[in-house]
Design a protein around this ligand. Sequence first.
Ligand code: GRF
Length: 218
Amino acid sequence: MGHLGIGVLASGRGSNFQSIIDAVERGYLRVTLRVLVTDNPEAFAIERAKNHGIEHLVMRPKEFASREEYFERIAAELKRRGVYLVVLAGFMRIVGKPLIDAFPGRIMNIHPALLPSFPGLHGQRQALDYGVKISGCTVHFVDEGMDTGPVIIQAAVPVSPDDTEETLSERILKLEHRIFPEAIRLYAEGRLRVEGKAVKIFGYELDKGHIVNPLLRH
Ligand code: GRF
């Protein structure tokens, strides 16, 4: 089948990578996971790739002459393997221009906050410190900024007064694992189109439920 070729970039635990693997294995996502590229030889994501017969490459920035060259080489390795869409699943670096230029509008990232709030590191902690009552996660296309690209899908959770960074992260992560495969599926089905900053979705469905936190008493 002419399956969409996906390359995943991850730096750590790789639970989002796993959610994508699971969606593929369940047949929910009809794509081919061609390669995992990691900048961290200790990343648990590597075990996940091995367990599911997915090739992995460890590419560390310090082994390259410059940041430019690093991202050029990543782009070349992805292309060589027939990757069309690049998925950042906890890749803890800002993607360099050579990779963005090689995959224009074809890189997605997941972020653990409701962008444009709380971009960058520790989105969950930033949300707690700010005291917002609702946070969540965002899948977006990647541009050259830090978590600034067009938003594809978001999911919201209430923030509890008892939350720690860990409990809030856990609540958000459960939704990350649901929206990331969904965003990739929408892409694979050709249902996303970027118009300016906005992503238009064909066959859009709206969940009319709502979250109010604290609850209304009327
Ligand atoms: C997730 O919280 C993701 O939103 C952020 O980095 C974390 C990666 O977790 N970008 P994992 O490696 O997918 O388990």
